[in-house]
Design a protein around this ligand. Sequence first.
Ligand SMILES: *Cc1c(COP(=O)(O)O)cnc(C)c1O
Length: 405
Amino acid sequence: MTAQTAEAREGFYQQLTERLEDTRRQGLFKQERVLMSRQGPEVMCDDGVTRINLCANNYLGLSGSESLVKAGQKALEDFGFGLSSVRFICGTQGPHKELEARIAAYLGTEDAILYAAAFDANGGVFEPLFDEQDAIISDALNHASIIDGVRLCKAQRLRFAHNDMDDLERQLQAAAGARHRIIVTDGVFSMDGTIAQLDRIVALAEQYGALIMIDECHATGFMGATGRGTHEHHGVIGKIDIITGTLGKALGGAMGGFTAGRREVIETLRQRSRPYLFSNSLAPAIVGTSLAVFDELEHSSARREQLHENTAFFRHEVAALGFTIKPGTHPIVPVMLFDATLAQSFAQRLYELGVIATGFFYPVVPQGQARVRVQLSAAHTREQLTRALAAFAQAGNELGILKQG
Ligand SMILES: *Cc1c(COP(=O)(O)O)cnc(C)c1O
Protein backbone atom coordinates (compact mmCIF):
# COMPACT_ATOMS: atom_id res chain seq x y z
CA MET A 1 0.00 0.00 0.00
CA THR A 2 1.37 3.43 -0.92
CA ALA A 3 0.83 6.51 1.18
CA GLN A 4 -1.72 7.64 -1.40
CA THR A 5 -3.80 4.48 -1.42
CA ALA A 6 -3.67 4.36 2.38
CA GLU A 7 -4.96 7.91 2.47
CA ALA A 8 -7.73 7.10 0.03
CA ARG A 9 -8.87 4.23 2.23
CA GLU A 10 -8.59 6.31 5.40
CA GLY A 11 -10.84 8.90 3.73
CA PHE A 12 -13.73 6.46 3.99
CA TYR A 13 -13.43 6.14 7.76
CA GLN A 14 -12.95 9.88 8.10
CA GLN A 15 -16.19 10.47 6.20
CA LEU A 16 -18.11 8.16 8.54
CA THR A 17 -16.64 9.85 11.61
CA GLU A 18 -17.68 13.26 10.32
CA ARG A 19 -21.19 12.10 9.56
CA LEU A 20 -21.53 10.54 13.02
CA GLU A 21 -20.37 13.79 14.62
CA ASP A 22 -22.93 15.61 12.52
CA THR A 23 -25.66 13.30 13.76
CA ARG A 24 -24.56 13.97 17.34
CA ARG A 25 -24.51 17.74 16.79
CA GLN A 26 -28.05 17.65 15.46
CA GLY A 27 -29.14 15.76 18.58
CA LEU A 28 -30.21 12.76 16.50
CA PHE A 29 -27.69 10.24 17.79
CA LYS A 30 -29.51 7.17 19.10
CA GLN A 31 -28.16 5.84 22.40
CA GLU A 32 -29.13 2.30 23.31
CA ARG A 33 -30.54 1.75 26.76
CA VAL A 34 -29.06 -1.35 28.34
CA LEU A 35 -31.49 -3.42 30.40
CA MET A 36 -30.32 -5.88 33.02
CA SER A 37 -33.63 -7.70 33.38
CA ARG A 38 -36.33 -9.32 31.30
CA GLN A 39 -38.60 -7.08 29.27
CA GLY A 40 -41.63 -6.07 31.29
CA PRO A 41 -43.78 -3.31 32.79
CA GLU A 42 -40.80 -2.50 35.00
CA VAL A 43 -37.22 -3.11 33.93
CA MET A 44 -33.88 -2.83 35.65
CA CYS A 45 -31.55 -0.42 33.88
CA ASP A 46 -27.75 -0.65 33.86
CA ASP A 47 -27.50 1.93 36.67
CA GLY A 48 -29.23 -0.65 38.89
CA VAL A 49 -32.43 1.40 39.03
CA THR A 50 -35.79 -0.25 38.29
CA ARG A 51 -38.03 1.94 36.15
CA ILE A 52 -41.57 1.76 34.81
CA ASN A 53 -41.34 0.97 31.12
CA LEU A 54 -43.72 2.90 28.88
CA CYS A 55 -41.97 2.37 25.55
CA ALA A 56 -42.03 -1.33 24.63
CA ASN A 57 -44.35 -2.86 22.04
CA ASN A 58 -45.18 -5.38 24.75
CA TYR A 59 -48.90 -4.72 24.35
CA LEU A 60 -50.15 -7.97 25.87
CA GLY A 61 -47.41 -8.18 28.50
CA LEU A 62 -46.18 -11.52 27.19
CA SER A 63 -42.55 -10.65 26.44
CA GLY A 64 -41.00 -11.53 29.78
CA SER A 65 -43.82 -13.70 31.06
CA GLU A 66 -43.13 -16.88 32.99
CA SER A 67 -45.62 -18.91 30.94
CA LEU A 68 -43.76 -18.16 27.72
CA VAL A 69 -40.38 -18.91 29.24
CA LYS A 70 -41.77 -22.34 30.17
CA ALA A 71 -43.18 -22.86 26.67
CA GLY A 72 -39.86 -21.81 25.17
CA GLN A 73 -37.94 -24.26 27.36
CA LYS A 74 -40.20 -27.10 26.24
CA ALA A 75 -39.84 -26.21 22.55
CA LEU A 76 -36.07 -25.91 22.94
CA GLU A 77 -35.99 -29.33 24.59
CA ASP A 78 -38.21 -31.03 21.99
CA PHE A 79 -36.95 -29.43 18.77
CA GLY A 80 -33.46 -28.17 19.55
CA PHE A 81 -31.74 -24.83 19.28
CA GLY A 82 -31.61 -24.24 15.56
CA LEU A 83 -32.14 -25.75 12.14
CA SER A 84 -29.06 -24.69 10.19
CA SER A 85 -31.16 -24.64 7.05
CA VAL A 86 -33.60 -22.63 5.02
CA ARG A 87 -37.15 -23.89 5.05
CA PHE A 88 -37.17 -25.73 1.71
CA ILE A 89 -33.97 -27.74 2.23
CA CYS A 90 -34.28 -29.26 5.70
CA GLY A 91 -35.51 -26.38 7.87
CA THR A 92 -39.21 -27.13 8.24
CA GLN A 93 -40.42 -28.86 11.40
CA GLY A 94 -43.97 -29.81 12.28
CA PRO A 95 -44.42 -26.74 14.50
CA HIS A 96 -43.55 -24.37 11.61
CA LYS A 97 -46.46 -25.77 9.59
CA GLU A 98 -48.68 -25.72 12.65
CA LEU A 99 -47.85 -22.09 13.41
CA GLU A 100 -48.52 -21.01 9.82
CA ALA A 101 -51.93 -22.68 9.98
CA ARG A 102 -52.68 -21.04 13.35
CA ILE A 103 -51.76 -17.58 12.06
CA ALA A 104 -53.94 -18.03 8.94
CA ALA A 105 -56.89 -19.25 11.02
CA TYR A 106 -56.48 -16.38 13.49
CA LEU A 107 -56.41 -13.75 10.74
CA GLY A 108 -59.14 -15.35 8.67
CA THR A 109 -56.99 -16.12 5.61
CA GLU A 110 -56.34 -19.35 3.72
CA ASP A 111 -52.64 -19.66 4.45
CA ALA A 112 -49.62 -17.92 5.98
CA ILE A 113 -45.84 -18.01 5.58
CA LEU A 114 -43.22 -17.32 8.27
CA TYR A 115 -40.22 -15.00 7.94
CA ALA A 116 -37.34 -14.11 10.25
CA ALA A 117 -38.95 -10.70 10.77
CA ALA A 118 -41.83 -8.55 9.55
CA PHE A 119 -39.13 -6.45 7.91
CA ASP A 120 -38.40 -9.48 5.71
CA ALA A 121 -42.09 -10.22 5.16
CA ASN A 122 -42.57 -6.68 3.81
CA GLY A 123 -39.25 -6.79 1.97
CA GLY A 124 -40.19 -10.01 0.20
CA VAL A 125 -43.87 -9.58 -0.56
CA PHE A 126 -44.02 -7.20 -3.54
CA GLU A 127 -41.33 -8.34 -5.95
CA PRO A 128 -42.66 -11.89 -6.44
CA LEU A 129 -46.28 -10.75 -6.91
CA PHE A 130 -46.11 -7.55 -8.99
CA ASP A 131 -44.15 -6.25 -11.96
CA GLU A 132 -43.94 -3.25 -14.29
CA GLN A 133 -47.50 -3.77 -15.49
CA ASP A 134 -48.87 -3.28 -11.95
CA ALA A 135 -49.22 -0.32 -9.57
CA ILE A 136 -48.59 -0.13 -5.82
CA ILE A 137 -50.45 2.69 -4.07
CA SER A 138 -48.88 3.30 -0.68
CA ASP A 139 -49.75 5.55 2.31
CA ALA A 140 -47.09 8.26 2.65
CA LEU A 141 -46.36 7.27 6.26
CA ASN A 142 -46.01 3.53 5.73
CA HIS A 143 -43.27 1.71 7.62
CA ALA A 144 -39.69 1.75 6.29
CA SER A 145 -39.83 -1.96 5.50
CA ILE A 146 -42.79 -1.42 3.15
CA ILE A 147 -40.94 1.40 1.44
CA ASP A 148 -37.90 -0.84 0.97
CA GLY A 149 -40.03 -3.74 -0.24
CA VAL A 150 -41.75 -1.54 -2.81
CA ARG A 151 -38.34 -0.29 -4.00
CA LEU A 152 -37.27 -3.86 -4.73
CA CYS A 153 -40.25 -4.33 -7.03
CA LYS A 154 -40.61 -3.10 -10.63
CA ALA A 155 -44.24 -2.03 -10.26
CA GLN A 156 -45.27 1.58 -10.75
CA ARG A 157 -45.22 3.39 -7.39
CA LEU A 158 -47.81 5.90 -6.25
CA ARG A 159 -48.17 7.50 -2.83
CA PHE A 160 -51.31 8.87 -1.25
CA ALA A 161 -51.24 11.56 1.45
CA HIS A 162 -51.34 9.92 4.87
CA ASN A 163 -54.77 8.56 5.74
CA ASP A 164 -56.33 10.78 3.03
CA MET A 165 -59.09 8.86 1.26
CA ASP A 166 -59.68 11.54 -1.38
CA ASP A 167 -56.05 11.39 -2.38
CA LEU A 168 -56.16 7.59 -2.35
CA GLU A 169 -59.04 7.76 -4.82
CA ARG A 170 -57.07 10.17 -7.04
CA GLN A 171 -54.12 7.76 -7.05
CA LEU A 172 -56.39 4.83 -7.88
CA GLN A 173 -57.59 6.83 -10.88
CA ALA A 174 -54.05 7.83 -11.82
CA ALA A 175 -53.11 4.14 -11.88
CA ALA A 176 -56.09 3.20 -14.03
CA GLY A 177 -53.83 1.82 -16.78
CA ALA A 178 -52.19 -0.75 -14.55
CA ARG A 179 -52.99 -4.47 -14.84
CA HIS A 180 -53.33 -4.90 -11.06
CA ARG A 181 -53.53 -2.15 -8.47
CA ILE A 182 -52.82 -2.75 -4.78
CA ILE A 183 -53.46 -0.34 -1.91
CA VAL A 184 -50.87 -0.71 0.86
CA THR A 185 -51.20 0.68 4.38
CA ASP A 186 -50.09 0.14 7.94
CA GLY A 187 -53.14 -1.05 9.90
CA VAL A 188 -51.99 1.16 12.77
CA PHE A 189 -49.36 3.88 12.40
CA SER A 190 -46.75 3.74 15.13
CA MET A 191 -46.05 7.44 15.72
CA ASP A 192 -49.65 8.59 16.28
CA GLY A 193 -51.53 5.36 16.98
CA THR A 194 -53.73 6.29 14.01
CA ILE A 195 -55.93 3.43 12.82
CA ALA A 196 -56.21 3.12 9.03
CA GLN A 197 -59.74 3.64 7.68
CA LEU A 198 -60.05 0.12 6.36
CA ASP A 199 -63.83 0.34 5.93
CA ARG A 200 -63.37 3.21 3.47
CA ILE A 201 -60.32 1.62 1.88
CA VAL A 202 -62.29 -1.58 1.25
CA ALA A 203 -65.10 0.46 -0.34
CA LEU A 204 -62.63 2.21 -2.66
CA ALA A 205 -60.87 -1.06 -3.48
CA GLU A 206 -64.19 -2.62 -4.44
CA GLN A 207 -65.14 0.38 -6.55
CA TYR A 208 -61.84 0.34 -8.47
CA GLY A 209 -61.13 -3.38 -8.51
CA ALA A 210 -57.96 -2.95 -6.45
CA LEU A 211 -56.29 -5.33 -4.00
CA ILE A 212 -55.43 -4.40 -0.40
CA MET A 213 -52.41 -5.16 1.76
CA ILE A 214 -52.12 -4.16 5.43
CA ASP A 215 -49.19 -4.30 7.84
CA GLU A 216 -50.56 -5.35 11.22
CA CYS A 217 -47.46 -5.08 13.41
CA HIS A 218 -49.20 -2.73 15.88
CA ALA A 219 -52.55 -4.55 15.77
CA THR A 220 -52.37 -8.35 15.67
CA GLY A 221 -53.38 -9.83 19.01
CA PHE A 222 -55.35 -6.93 20.46
CA MET A 223 -57.24 -4.81 17.91
CA GLY A 224 -60.86 -5.70 17.20
CA ALA A 225 -63.43 -7.51 19.33
CA THR A 226 -61.39 -10.73 19.49
CA GLY A 227 -57.94 -9.24 18.88
CA ARG A 228 -57.48 -10.32 15.28
CA GLY A 229 -56.47 -6.90 14.11
CA THR A 230 -57.47 -3.74 12.31
CA HIS A 231 -59.56 -5.67 9.79
CA GLU A 232 -61.66 -7.00 12.67
CA HIS A 233 -61.78 -3.53 14.28
CA HIS A 234 -63.32 -2.17 11.05
CA GLY A 235 -65.50 -5.19 10.29
CA VAL A 236 -63.69 -6.14 7.08
CA ILE A 237 -62.32 -9.60 7.90
CA GLY A 238 -62.08 -11.59 4.66
CA LYS A 239 -61.81 -8.43 2.54
CA ILE A 240 -58.06 -7.86 2.87
CA ASP A 241 -55.90 -9.67 0.32
CA ILE A 242 -52.55 -9.65 2.08
CA ILE A 243 -51.73 -9.20 5.77
CA THR A 244 -48.19 -8.91 7.10
CA GLY A 245 -47.34 -8.88 10.78
CA THR A 246 -44.76 -9.56 13.46
CA LEU A 247 -44.20 -12.02 16.28
CA GLY A 248 -41.87 -9.39 17.75
CA LYS A 249 -44.41 -7.08 19.37
CA ALA A 250 -47.68 -8.10 21.07
CA LEU A 251 -47.27 -11.81 20.27
CA GLY A 252 -44.41 -12.46 22.70
CA GLY A 253 -41.89 -10.02 21.34
CA ALA A 254 -39.05 -12.36 20.35
CA MET A 255 -38.75 -12.11 16.60
CA GLY A 256 -40.29 -13.41 13.41
CA GLY A 257 -42.81 -12.17 10.91
CA PHE A 258 -45.46 -13.50 8.61
CA THR A 259 -47.50 -12.85 5.50
CA ALA A 260 -51.05 -14.19 5.30
CA GLY A 261 -53.45 -14.34 2.37
CA ARG A 262 -54.93 -16.55 -0.33
CA ARG A 263 -53.31 -19.94 -0.98
CA GLU A 264 -51.90 -18.97 -4.38
CA VAL A 265 -50.30 -15.83 -2.93
CA ILE A 266 -48.60 -17.71 -0.11
CA GLU A 267 -47.51 -20.54 -2.42
CA THR A 268 -45.99 -17.98 -4.81
CA LEU A 269 -44.07 -16.43 -1.92
CA ARG A 270 -42.75 -19.85 -0.85
CA GLN A 271 -41.46 -20.37 -4.39
CA ARG A 272 -40.08 -16.89 -5.07
CA SER A 273 -39.78 -14.60 -2.03
CA ARG A 274 -36.09 -13.96 -1.54
CA PRO A 275 -35.95 -13.34 2.25
CA TYR A 276 -37.79 -16.66 2.65
CA LEU A 277 -35.74 -18.66 0.17
CA PHE A 278 -32.33 -17.34 1.13
CA SER A 279 -32.53 -16.93 4.90
CA ASN A 280 -32.58 -19.34 7.82
CA SER A 281 -35.64 -20.97 9.28
CA LEU A 282 -37.24 -19.42 12.38
CA ALA A 283 -35.76 -20.97 15.56
CA PRO A 284 -37.79 -23.82 17.11
CA ALA A 285 -38.04 -22.11 20.51
CA ILE A 286 -39.69 -19.08 18.89
CA VAL A 287 -42.06 -21.23 16.86
CA GLY A 288 -43.09 -23.42 19.80
CA THR A 289 -43.53 -20.42 22.08
CA SER A 290 -45.60 -18.60 19.46
CA LEU A 291 -47.96 -21.58 19.35
CA ALA A 292 -48.40 -21.17 23.11
CA VAL A 293 -49.17 -17.47 22.51
CA PHE A 294 -52.00 -18.37 20.12
CA ASP A 295 -53.32 -20.91 22.65
CA GLU A 296 -53.43 -18.15 25.23
CA LEU A 297 -55.01 -15.59 22.86
CA GLU A 298 -57.75 -17.99 21.84
CA HIS A 299 -58.55 -19.22 25.34
CA SER A 300 -58.57 -15.97 27.25
CA SER A 301 -59.42 -12.37 26.50
CA ALA A 302 -58.04 -11.20 29.85
CA ARG A 303 -54.81 -9.65 28.55
CA ARG A 304 -56.58 -7.84 25.74
CA GLU A 305 -59.20 -6.45 28.10
CA GLN A 306 -56.56 -5.37 30.60
CA LEU A 307 -54.62 -3.61 27.83
CA HIS A 308 -57.68 -1.63 26.74
CA GLU A 309 -58.56 -0.80 30.35
CA ASN A 310 -55.01 0.43 30.99
CA THR A 311 -55.08 2.46 27.78
CA ALA A 312 -58.39 4.14 28.64
CA PHE A 313 -57.17 4.87 32.18
CA PHE A 314 -53.86 6.37 31.09
CA ARG A 315 -55.36 8.41 28.25
CA HIS A 316 -58.02 9.84 30.57
CA GLU A 317 -55.68 10.60 33.47
CA VAL A 318 -52.83 12.13 31.48
CA ALA A 319 -55.28 14.44 29.69
CA ALA A 320 -56.88 15.33 33.05
CA LEU A 321 -53.44 16.42 34.29
CA GLY A 322 -53.46 19.00 31.49
CA PHE A 323 -51.31 17.29 28.87
CA THR A 324 -52.29 17.39 25.22
CA ILE A 325 -52.59 13.94 23.69
CA LYS A 326 -53.49 12.80 20.20
CA PRO A 327 -57.05 11.54 20.61
CA GLY A 328 -57.75 7.89 19.91
CA THR A 329 -58.14 4.48 21.46
CA HIS A 330 -54.88 2.72 20.62
CA PRO A 331 -52.34 1.87 23.37
CA ILE A 332 -49.87 4.13 21.56
CA VAL A 333 -50.45 7.48 23.30
CA PRO A 334 -48.58 10.47 21.86
CA VAL A 335 -48.18 13.07 24.64
CA MET A 336 -47.57 16.25 22.65
CA LEU A 337 -44.83 18.67 23.72
CA PHE A 338 -44.52 20.22 20.21
CA ASP A 339 -41.00 21.54 20.88
CA ALA A 340 -38.04 19.20 20.27
CA THR A 341 -35.86 20.45 23.14
CA LEU A 342 -38.78 20.33 25.55
CA ALA A 343 -39.62 16.76 24.49
CA GLN A 344 -36.03 15.72 25.16
CA SER A 345 -35.88 17.44 28.56
CA PHE A 346 -39.22 15.97 29.52
CA ALA A 347 -38.18 12.41 28.61
CA GLN A 348 -34.91 12.92 30.50
CA ARG A 349 -36.72 14.18 33.62
CA LEU A 350 -39.15 11.23 33.45
CA TYR A 351 -36.17 8.90 33.35
CA GLU A 352 -34.72 10.51 36.49
CA LEU A 353 -38.13 10.10 38.11
CA GLY A 354 -38.21 6.38 37.28
CA VAL A 355 -40.17 6.26 34.02
CA ILE A 356 -38.92 5.32 30.57
CA ALA A 357 -40.77 6.98 27.70
CA THR A 358 -39.18 8.03 24.44
CA GLY A 359 -39.07 11.55 23.03
CA PHE A 360 -39.58 11.87 19.26
CA PHE A 361 -38.93 14.97 17.23
CA TYR A 362 -38.15 16.08 13.69
CA PRO A 363 -37.28 14.35 11.37
CA VAL A 364 -38.95 11.27 12.91
CA VAL A 365 -42.19 13.26 13.28
CA PRO A 366 -43.11 16.51 11.46
CA GLN A 367 -41.55 19.83 12.51
CA GLY A 368 -43.38 21.25 15.56
CA GLN A 369 -44.93 17.87 16.45
CA ALA A 370 -42.37 16.73 19.06
CA ARG A 371 -43.75 14.39 21.64
CA VAL A 372 -43.18 11.69 24.20
CA ARG A 373 -44.72 8.46 22.99
CA VAL A 374 -46.25 6.23 25.64
CA GLN A 375 -47.15 2.61 24.94
CA LEU A 376 -49.38 0.79 27.38
CA SER A 377 -49.12 -2.90 28.23
CA ALA A 378 -51.56 -5.35 29.74
CA ALA A 379 -48.85 -6.08 32.30
CA HIS A 380 -48.86 -2.56 33.78
CA THR A 381 -50.55 -2.52 37.16
CA ARG A 382 -52.78 0.35 38.21
CA GLU A 383 -50.19 1.20 40.86
CA GLN A 384 -47.42 1.45 38.25
CA LEU A 385 -49.53 3.64 35.99
CA THR A 386 -50.46 5.89 38.91
CA ARG A 387 -46.79 6.25 39.80
CA ALA A 388 -45.95 7.00 36.16
CA LEU A 389 -48.68 9.66 36.04
CA ALA A 390 -47.28 11.27 39.19
CA ALA A 391 -43.92 11.50 37.42
CA PHE A 392 -45.63 13.07 34.38
CA ALA A 393 -47.28 15.63 36.67
CA GLN A 394 -44.03 16.46 38.47
CA ALA A 395 -41.94 16.76 35.30
CA GLY A 396 -44.74 18.72 33.62
CA ASN A 397 -44.88 21.21 36.49
CA GLU A 398 -41.12 21.56 36.74
CA LEU A 399 -40.75 22.24 33.04
CA GLY A 400 -43.71 24.63 32.91
CA ILE A 401 -45.72 22.40 30.57
CA LEU A 402 -48.72 22.27 32.88
CA LYS A 403 -50.47 25.48 33.72
CA GLN A 404 -50.70 25.79 37.47
CA GLY A 405 -53.93 26.52 39.30
C1 LIG B 1 -42.04 -3.09 13.91
C2 LIG B 1 -42.62 -2.99 12.55
C3 LIG B 1 -42.12 -3.74 11.49
C4 LIG B 1 -40.91 -4.62 11.63
O1 LIG B 1 -41.19 -5.74 12.42
P1 LIG B 1 -40.03 -6.76 12.78
O2 LIG B 1 -40.70 -8.07 12.95
O3 LIG B 1 -39.40 -6.24 14.03
O4 LIG B 1 -39.07 -6.76 11.64
C5 LIG B 1 -42.76 -3.67 10.26
N1 LIG B 1 -43.84 -2.85 10.08
C6 LIG B 1 -44.33 -2.09 11.07
C7 LIG B 1 -45.52 -1.22 10.84
C8 LIG B 1 -43.73 -2.13 12.34
O5 LIG B 1 -44.19 -1.36 13.33
